[in-house]
Design a protein around this ligand. Structure first.
Ligand code: HEM
Length: 415
């Protein structure tokens, strides 16, 4: 990443105090109940907020977020060290596909495209439905279970590691350990070394990728890893870093996101019995219902970028040296796009939700993610007529990355 990482932070001129909001962007309060924040922000121009001693800018109107996500000459995806984003350095400085601007971005993204061809997604659909059925039988016997750790989470390990990567189960813990260690990154002070548990998990995946490349040189195979290696070999041999980065990004980007999104969707439906009844009365509403769940409970409250050129957005100046947070969560509450945005309405059929991003970095896994979420939520809602929260008054705690609304537990009953 050396040539990509720019380290000198430009001096930011004094900022207008009136444009600052005193808010902890990544705190539990916002994660637990973002609607009051989002309804306000979605009608307001960009504002400034302090993050670890740096002034960051937050952009939250739908059209402005879309503009920012495609205007990389002003708001770039390329990481700038020292600007105040250490808490998002999940992969120890390794270049990720989200870290590139066009045109380099398309070259890197093409390497992971084999994972998302329609034929690959179609091929694993029956496998996924079978896995969902198996888990549903298991929870039917248990009667009470945690949707996050006993249903959606284990399902996604199987979907990604078994279905997409086609790895044997004994390999899975290597990836699961790294995924579990990612949230440790946000716990260290800026500039401090990464925690030992994180580094151990990181090195284990790195070593595994090295072994995999060697193995595949001797015995090529026509699976996802084989296709990725072959795509690189057209231009030269793949490095351990490139394979590591491709696999780990696919895995970590897919695992928690679908787990959290489907858990949030079930929680939302159970807390709105009228909407749940409507869905059960007309199962053809499932797709619309899920889009509405993903609109109102967007997993990523924010995605960050780096301001590289001075500009004024809706009256708010932004300067090189600032980190910009696009609030996908707030943009989904923009009343110009979604009237009465805090109302959960499964017949709304919301278009252009920003839950999967926008522009060149639009989530390549969105078709797979929508398919798996539909399989999970559909199976639970239609397969268990008595599905309910095990402890209706439970306060849901959000863990996960600082920017995400990842519920740690959603306890359910099906008897
Ligand atoms: C409901 C589940 C999911 C949500 C909400 C989600 C959300 C997102 C968002 C918002 C972005 C854009 C990031 C940015 O612009 O900075 C993104 C990118 C990405 N997602 Fe997803 N995602 C989900 C599932 C998946 C799955 C299942 C996979 C793969 C198996 C995946 C792989 C990726 C990758 C590789 C990128 C980077 C693309 C790029 O930078 O060009 N995602 N995702």
């Amino acid at each position: 990443m050396s040539e990509m990482t720019l380290s000198t932070k430009p001096r930011i001129p004094p900022l207008d105090e009136a444009r600052f909001l005193d808010v902890d962007l990544f705190g539990q309060e916002l994660k637990a109940n973002p609607a009051p924040y989002f309804t306000q922000w979605a009608k307001s121009p960009p504002f400034y907020a302090m993050v670890q001693g740096h002034a960051h800018v937050v952009i939250s109107r739908h059209a402005q977020v879309q503009w920012a996500l495609r205007t990389h000459d002003i708001i770039s995806a390329v990481p700038h060290k020292g600007w105040g984003t250490d808490l998002f350095d999940y992969f120890n400085g390794l270049p990720l596909v989200v870290d590139y601007d066009p045109p380099e971005h398309s070259r890197v993204r093409r390497l992971m495209q084999p994972g998302f061809t329609p034929s690959r997604v179609a091929k694993i659909q029956p496998l996924i439905e079978g896995m969902v059925d198996e888990l549903a039988l298991a929870v039917a016997e248990k009667k009470t279970f945690d949707m996050v750790t006993e249903f959606a989470g284990p399902l996604m390990y199987r979907v990604l590691l078994g279905g997409v990567f086609e790895f044997d189960p004994e390999i899975w813990p290597i990836f699961i350990n790294l995924s579990n260690a990612l949230e440790l990154v946000a716990t260290v002070p800026p500039g401090a070394p990464k925690p030992a548990a994180y580094m151990e998990a990181f090195n284990a995946v790195h070593d595994f990728c090295g072994r995999l490349i060697e193995e595949r040189r001797v015995a090529p195979k026509d699976d996802l890893v084989g296709t990725v290696i072959a795509a690189h070999d057209e231009k030269g041999s793949i490095s351990i870093e490139e394979l590591f980065s491709t696999l780990v990004q696919l895995f970590t980007a897919g695992l928690g996101t679908v787990t959290a999104t489907s858990s949030n969707a079930v929680l939302r439906l159970l807390r709105h019995p009228d909407q749940l009844a409507l869905l059960r009365a007309d199962p053809s509403l499932l797709n619309k219902a899920l889009e509405e769940c993903m609109r109102i409970d967007c997993l990523g409250n924010f995605r960050h970028r780096f301001v590289v050129k001075e500009h004024v957005i809706d009256g708010t100046p932004i300067y090189p040296g600032m980190v910009a947070h696009m609030s996908l969560g707030a943009a989904n509450y923009d009343p110009d796009k979604y009237p009465d945005p805090a109302r959960f309405d499964i017949t709304r059929d919301p278009r252009d939700i920003l839950t999967f991003g926008f522009g060149p970095h639009l989530c390549p896994g969105n078709i797979l993610a929508r398919m798996v979420t539909r399989a999970i939520v559909g199976r639970l809602v239609f397969g268990f007529p008595h599905l309910r929260l095990a402890h209706p008054d439970d306060v849901i705690i959000c863990g996960g990355m600082p920017t995400e609304r990842f519920p740690t537990h959603v306890n359910l009953r099906v008897d």
